[in-house]
Design a protein around this ligand. Sequence first.
Ligand SMILES: [Zn+2]
Length: 261
Amino acid sequence: MESLTLLYAITAALFGLVFGSFFNVVGIRVVKKESIAYPPSRCVHCDHELKPLDLIPVLSYLGLRGACRYCRAKISPIYPIGEFVTSAAFAVTTWQIGPSFDLIVGLIFVSILMICSIADIMYRIIPDVVVFSGMIAALLLRIWIHPLPFWNYFAAFFIGGGLLYLIALASILVLKKEGMGGGDIKLFAFIGLIAGIKLTLFTLFAASLLGTIYGLVQMLVKSSREDQGIPFGPFIAAGAFFSYFWGEPLITWYLSLLHYN
Ligand SMILES: [Zn+2]
């Protein structure tokens, strides 16, 4: 059984490479309001149409040493990173959940998180069309597949979105600057529908922790640079992914520490 799950996970990793490549296209084109099916991919610098050989996930980037084959302009590392991270996330999701209906929920969850992260890194936008599609899919799936009672996911939608809304409001009122965008609020509401109340709250904790660590490291590395504002989406996504699989055991472990002391 174990080896069969491993085989599924490896298969998921390969699919993840292809999907990651697709998510790059979606994350980038949706923001630019372009069709995701047409035209075929082009170099953003010289506009040369990319051939299948240029579109092999991760490998073509490495083979071309990060430059366009035609004009030698540098290609953003976001492409191979998006492909690699999607591949890894698909593999972990499949390994953790195994072949079941739950896996559909898990893979859709990861897909939406990936596209939103890519768009947020590239353009500082979490596209409405992506996150709303995710919400509809999550709602329909959760009516059908719900390890927790359905109301829990439904309530988490409002709790997740509401909490982020309050944080956004507080940051505008207190810090007089926009710390959190509307996209982050919607993304959290989506996470609520998939993860339920407890893990949504844990996601907020994990995402803030990751964001803070990253911010501190960035401050240490380039102390003189002015604050460019870090997109929070990728940290929310990473926090949600982590919580979804390891939040429950971590919370249980933490509570057991409190209990025995
Ligand atoms: Zn080019």
